[in-house]
Write a protein that binds this ligand. Structure first.
Ligand SMILES: *Cc1c(COP(=O)(O)O)cnc(C)c1O
Length: 433
């Protein structure tokens, strides 16, 4: 049963298993569900009484029931989602959806843990060792490494840009044990992403080892990111105002997941694509030209993406029509200075500490409120725990940041990595030894 198509050729169709294990379609396109079911509002309202894993299971069943037995889907969400996703009231009509309560303290845990469980299920079927290749701008690597370190017969290779991730992020992704190898690349995140793409296009390499991708292009990471939009909605106490959700964006995975949730009938009026100065998508929305640029290093480093890999999916959802996209999405960009002042303001005025990524989303929401003539309920996504950026945060608020135990344990471990140039042949050699 083929339920997914390639964004480059809608007649290239594959089953879920192939979409998940391949990551990218053979023609280089991204996989998308052929059918997006539309749920009645009555169904969505019923979700209110449910926990996060229960909501996830309900949505999963509707999206994937023809792909896996319900019983397996239930096991997958229960193993993957063992932590809470609270919606916190920060200021009048402004809520923070805290997506950082998973094991590696960023929202990347949702996609990574769901994907790891799904791949573990498929792996049971054919019992071949798998290599997971993942480029990270900060948080993906540790989330994927952690999620897979519990799954037998999988080796994770993490490519990260040297000197461009925070101290804690680097510790988290270089201390994950024997099943996870950290490759420190002397380049940018875009170089890491390119190297991963080259490996996937290398037929000779793929003839020798089984490779799969764990980047946000993998549909198995995208699908679970729809679940917390439903959960956020279910936690809002009143639904009289239209809802705006501000999404701090880099590769545009979770924004795309939100667009899918809306297609499924979730009543979200507006999505705010909030970026740092790596503003390729806000520029596209404003000017109509998609012009990727090399990524620039910022405080919100997990969003330092010059060429967002999910953009193809966004275009596809709107039939390449920017006017249609503009009905649902507005885009804003913010500098590091603006981000730092937002962190200070919200800390001083509302006693809520945002990390730099959440702060960009908060700014997006604030800007949207200032520009809109009617009132909204606003949710911004808090995508990482502020302690992951303790050094940067302390310089901003001039106070010590309390480091949670699960992060402190990692900080005490010794970093282990392999330093590599941006030449593909170096990567290939390492993968083959
Ligand atoms: C990855 C990441 C983002 C950006 O998410 P995308 O799906 O790539 O747009 C935002 N915040 C944090 C903390 C992240 O790790």
């Amino acid at each position: 049963m083929k339920h997914f198509y390639s964004t480059l050729n809608s007649s290239l169709r594959v089953p879920l298993r192939e979409a998940v294990l391949k990551g990218l379609a053979d023609d280089g396109g991204l996989f998308m569900p052929i059918h997006i079911p539309v749920l009645p509002l009555s169904f969505i309202e019923k979700l209110r009484a449910l926990s996060f894993p229960e909501i996830s299971y309900e949505i999963c069943k509707i999206l994937l029931s023809e792909c896996l037995p319900d019983k397996e889907l239930k096991k997958i969400v229960e193993k993957a989602f063992t932590f809470d996703v609270p919606l916190i009231s920060v200021a009048p009509q402004i809520y923070s959806l805290e997506l950082f309560h998973g094991p590696t303290m960023s929202f990347k845990d949702f996609g990574a843990r769901f994907m790891a469980q799904l791949m573990a299920y498929y792996k049971k079927e054919d019992n071949k060792n798998l290599n997971i290749l993942v480029a990270t701008s900060g948080d993906t690597g540790s989330a994927v490494g952690d999620a897979f370190s519990q799954v037998e017969g999988m080796h994770v290779w993490i490519l990260y840009p040297k000197g461009k991730v925070s101290y804690s992020q680097e510790k988290q992704l270089t201390t994950l044990g024997d099943q996870v190898t950290a490759l420190e690349i002397e380049g940018t995140f875009d170089d890491c992403q390119r190297l991963v793409k080259e490996a996937f296009c290398d037929k000779e390499l793929r003839g020798k080892i089984a490779l799969t991708s764990a980047n946000s292009i993998n549909i198995a990471r995208l699908i679970p990111q729809t679940f917390y939009y439903f959960y956020a909605y279910s936690q809002l106490k009143e639904h009289s105002l239209p809802i705006a959700i501000s999404v701090p964006s880099g590769n545009f995975g979770h924004l795309t997941a939100g667009l899918l949730a809306k297609r499924m009938g979730l009543p979200i009026q507006t999505f705010i694509a909030a970026t740092n100065i790596n503003d390729t998508v806000p520029r596209y929305l404003q000017e109509g030209i998609f012009e990727p640029r090399p990524s620039q290093h910022t405080l919100s480093n997990a969003m330092d993406v010059g060429n967002p890999s999910n953009f193809g999916r966004m275009l596809d959802l709107y039939e390449h029509d920017r006017e249609k996209m503009l009905l649902d999405i507005v885009g804003y960009r913010f500098t590091d200075d603006e981000t730092a002042s937002a962190i200070r303001d919200v800390f001083e005025n509302y006693d809520y500490l945002m990390d730099p990524h959440g702060a960009v989303a908060f700014l997006g929401l604030k800007h949207f409120f200032e520009n809109s003539s009617t009132p909204y309920s606003g949710i911004f996504f808090e995508t990482a725990h502020p302690a992951k950026f303790a050094n940067e945060m302390e310089q901003i608020i001039h106070k010590n940041i309390i480091i949670p135990n699960k992060l402190q344990d990692v900080l005490n471990k010794k970093k282990k990595s392999i330093l590599l140039s941006t030449n593909y042949s170096d990567l290939k050699n390492v993968l083959l030894t």
